[in-house]
Design a protein around this ligand. Structure first.
Ligand SMILES: *[C@@H]1O[C@H](CO)[C@@H](O)[C@H](O)[C@H]1NC(C)=O
Ligand SMILES: *[C@@H]1O[C@H](CO)[C@@H](O)[C@H](O)[C@H]1NC(C)=O
Ligand SMILES: *[C@@H]1O[C@H](CO)[C@@H](O)[C@H](O)[C@H]1NC(C)=O
Ligand SMILES: *[C@@H]1O[C@H](CO)[C@@H](O)[C@H](O)[C@H]1NC(C)=O
Ligand SMILES: *[C@@H]1O[C@H](CO)[C@@H](O)[C@H](O)[C@H]1NC(C)=O
Ligand SMILES: *[C@@H]1O[C@H](CO)[C@@H](O)[C@H](O)[C@H]1NC(C)=O
Ligand SMILES: *[C@@H]1O[C@H](CO)[C@@H](O)[C@H](O)[C@H]1NC(C)=O
Length: 497
């Protein structure tokens, strides 16, 4: 992905607070039934890593055993302490006026060592209480079954490269469905399979940091798609009726803009390799991996002397089993990259080499206040239109959108980000007829940003991580978002550059 720092932009961004807000808003409005939310995930906020019977997950393991893995040498042992402070979090949600809250369950709180054996009642009760407390405040819970914190014992079996994960994940999901499906309206199986497989298995960006690109990432995706489908069918056949609920998957994608008009094919191939990899098997009419992946990886594998493609094959039964297993298209989106064709090197085994793409950024684009990613609001509009056109107009939930900074309450760059991206979403709905049902600001509060520890803050609430009480304070962006939710219009925001 695109990451580099640009200190000049940091200095420019501090000037934003001196510039008067300008009238940037169009006249489109969000309909009364459009849903707004915020999101978090278990390892990023809960802390209490060894309390109430919880076992060790892959992030506990990597941060404790390789403390240098996280750049600021921190971990999620305490994080926002939300395990103890969830009622305070709900008060923040209530104050924002959100329609729903997307949170994830820690597998190790339910089954301490990952195996479907001896469920931990304290873990089951924790999420039950959280769900009840949300509903009591009229906030719809959106329950995400898996947000990257795999039990370490299952990683020792190979994690998502082991096909037995289909059974293990199904048994874990079953206990959540058993206990919570009377109260949950929206279920999510996986958050960001691309990150799980590409960063965790293909690279070292996330735990378990296997760095076996072009092999382990493809195996991971294969088992993950089957696991998703198995849980969807269990839900669809046995639990859906209990609450007339919906279940879907959350994919993630940047927008991949061609660097020149002649690079249109490269842009399409990047989208197929990085989003279609998971979306095509589930959302296309034919099912299966995208044709371009099968062809490029098959050919490259043959040139490299593999007797079979490194991309595993689904049987025709499996293709049918996976196709159509999502009631909505969940999409997390942050930024845009320029792409163009880059010829493969024959002997390199990697997803990137298979794809034959190089990515870079346009130095004219404004950048977020942490210098991580460009701010390109038209990118979300193009991505939403691409999803609509490629997958026959599914209902879309924007399950994450946001940008980082390094601290402070006067987060005008984030206000501009949200203002301009929400404008682009309104244009997608009104001018491109994309069926967008909801929008989620990532995140409710600053939290443990994986390998970047606590240096990248994505919250609309500030969390003081040096205070043992972990107090939360609303940033300017929280006020801005609250106003969007109540007024259904995007208010004024500072210009981007
Ligand atoms: C919004 O509506 C006002 C008044 O009808 C109009 O003057 C303005 O040009 C509109 N803005 C946009 C961006 O369309
Ligand atoms: C839990 O971990 C903390 C360190 O984060 C340690 O101080 C404490 O002793 C551990 N508690 C148990 C019950 O193992
Ligand atoms: C929760 O799940 C456990 C394990 O499957 C089961 O024993 C228990 O009855 C469930 N509770 C409810 C309320 O369904
Ligand atoms: C980079 O961005 C500038 C400003 O938006 C634009 O004029 C230029 O065409 C862009 N270049 C590329 C390669 O996209
Ligand atoms: C893949 O191989 C087939 C059969 O040799 C060939 O027709 C096709 O053009 C190749 N595709 C690419 C992208 O190299
Ligand atoms: C879900 O269940 C319904 C009703 O039984 C069935 O018609 C539908 O085909 C199922 N969906 C999938 C993707 O299997
Ligand atoms: C965070 O908390 C510490 C300890 O209470 C305090 O000294 C510090 O001023 C706080 N920082 C901010 C930015 O509020």
């Amino acid at each position: 992905m695109v990451t580099s720092t640009n200190t000049m932009f940091l200095r420019i961004s501090t000037l934003f607070s001196l510039i008067a807000y300008t009238q940037c808003a169009s006249n489109y409005t969000f309909s009364p039934d459009f849903m707004f939310g915020t999101a978090t995930s278990s390892y990023q906020i809960e802390g209490a890593w060894n309390e109430s019977g919880k076992g060790e997950n892959i992030w506990d393991y990597i941060t404790h055993n390789s403390p240098d893995y996280v750049y600021d040498r921190t971990n999620g042992d305490i994080a926002c302490d939300s395990y103890h402070k969830y009622e305070e979090d709900i008060a923040l949600l209530k104050d924002l006026g959100v329609d729903f809250y997307r949170f994830s369950v820690s597998w190790n709180r339910i089954f301490p060592n990952g195996y479907p054996h001896n469920p931990n009642q304290e873990g089951i009760t924790y999420y039950s209480n959280l769900i009840d407390a949300l509903i009591a405040q009229n906030i719809t819970p959106m329950l995400n079954i898996y947000h990257w914190d795999l039990p370490q014992r299952l990683q020792e079996l190979g994690g998502w490269t082991n096909s037995y994960m289909v059974t293990l994940f199904t048994e874990y999901a079953r206990i959540l469905l058993d206990n919570y499906s009377d109260r949950i309206d929206y279920w999510i199986t996986f958050n960001e399979p691309l990150s799980i497989c590409s960063q965790g298995y293909g690279a070292d960006g996330f735990a378990p940091a296997l760095s076996m690109s072009g092999r382990a990432d493809y195996l991971c995706a294969h088992n993950l798609l089957k696991s998703h489908a198995a849980v969807y069918h269990l839900f669809n056949n046995t639990y859906r009726a209990r609450n007339n609920a919906l279940m879907g998957i959350v994919l993630n994608s940047a927008w991949y803009e061609p660097s020149r008009p002649e690079e249109q094919e490269a842009s399409e191939r990047a989208l197929q390799f990085l989003l279609g990899w998971f979306a095509n098997p589930i959302f296309s009419t034919t099912g299966d991996y995208p044709q371009v992946m099968k062809e490029y990886i098959g050919n490259r594998s043959a040139i490299q002397g593999f007797s079979r493609s490194r991309l595993p094959q689904f049987t025709s039964d499996e293709i049918e089993y996976i196709r159509g297993t999502s009631d909505f298209f969940g999409i997390n989106h942050y930024s845009t990259a320029l792409v163009e064709y880059s010829p493969a090197t024959d002997n390199v085994v990697s997803n990137n080499n298979d794809m034959e793409i190089v990515m870079f950024r346009n130095s004219s684009w404004p950048i977020d206040a942490a210098g991580r990613d460009p701010i390109v609001p038209w990118g979300i509009r193009k991505l939403l239109a691409w999803i609509k056109n490629t997958y026959n107009s599914p209902s879309i939930h924007i399950t994450e959108n946001g940008c980082p900074d390094n601290g402070g309450l006067d987060d005008d760059v984030r206000v501009s980000y949200y203002g301009s991206y929400l404008e682009a979403v309104l244009e997608a709905i009104n001018e491109d007829n994309v069926d967008v049902r909801s929008y989620v600001a990532w995140s409710l509060m600053d939290n443990f940003e994986w390998r970047f520890g606590y240096t990248y803050r994505y919250g609309i609430h500030f969390v003081n991580f040096t205070d043992p009480d972990r107090p939360r304070t609303a940033k300017r962006s929280a006020t801005f978002y609250k106003n969007v939710i109540s007024s259904r219009v995007v208010g004024d925001y500072p210009p981007l550059s």
